[in-house]
Design a protein around this ligand. Sequence first.
Ligand code: SAM
Length: 214
Amino acid sequence: MILTSIFPVKHVEPPAWLYAPMARRFFHRLVYRRFAGDLAASLPPGASLLDVGTGPGYLLDLLVRQHPGLHAFGVDIDYGMLCRGPAPAQFTPVVGDAQALPFQPGAFHQVLATFSLHIWPRKAVGLREILRVLRPGGRAWLYEMQREASAAALRAFARDLGLPFPLVYPVFKALSWHHSMGAGELAGLIREAGAERWRLRTVHHVFWRIELAG
Ligand SMILES: C[S@@+](CC[C@H](N)C(=O)[O-])C[C@H]1O[C@@H](n2cnc3c(N)ncnc32)[C@H](O)[C@@H]1O
């Protein structure tokens, strides 16, 4: 108690110089490919896409390569993250806060956020902002690690990725300690944000996908 009042517990996130090389590697690439596959049907040419908390922007880079003609924007609070990504030839990097998105209402067909929501101090405000920038009929998908992921789910995930379970299990559990979210917490936040049409789904065995409709 005394210790935490002297040293407040702070959310521990890897700095840009550490995260960017990690996100470029094998494991992240496999996961990004799966998320890009999920999105394939919802990104017709000319669609506008916003990735909130895009980090170095590797997933966004993959998406713009797969979907020419996409109007893609990646927003991140950390300029250092945006600088460390691939050259943003086809998407626009923007420094900004998820909790006060620097975009007009109804600007996007599709909003995406991967592994970022759990960091935002005012998560419901961020979700409300996402709803604001979605156009009517638009859709937002936010992915987070599942706090509830069971050993069986992690085994299935490892099998799908072609990775050894004894490696995947401890890595996922170690990362989950600080970076995962639970179903109850998410449902509460979504309601607090005032979303009318939403769904919480398990995808790829061990991730939550929060789906919001504009
Ligand atoms: C774990 S990284 C995920 C990056 C990327 N989405 C990915 O999947 O590789 C989390 C990112 O969220 C960003 N972030 C944290 N708080 C934010 C906020 N309030 N607004 C915008 N971005 C934020 C961080 O700077 C970081 O780049």
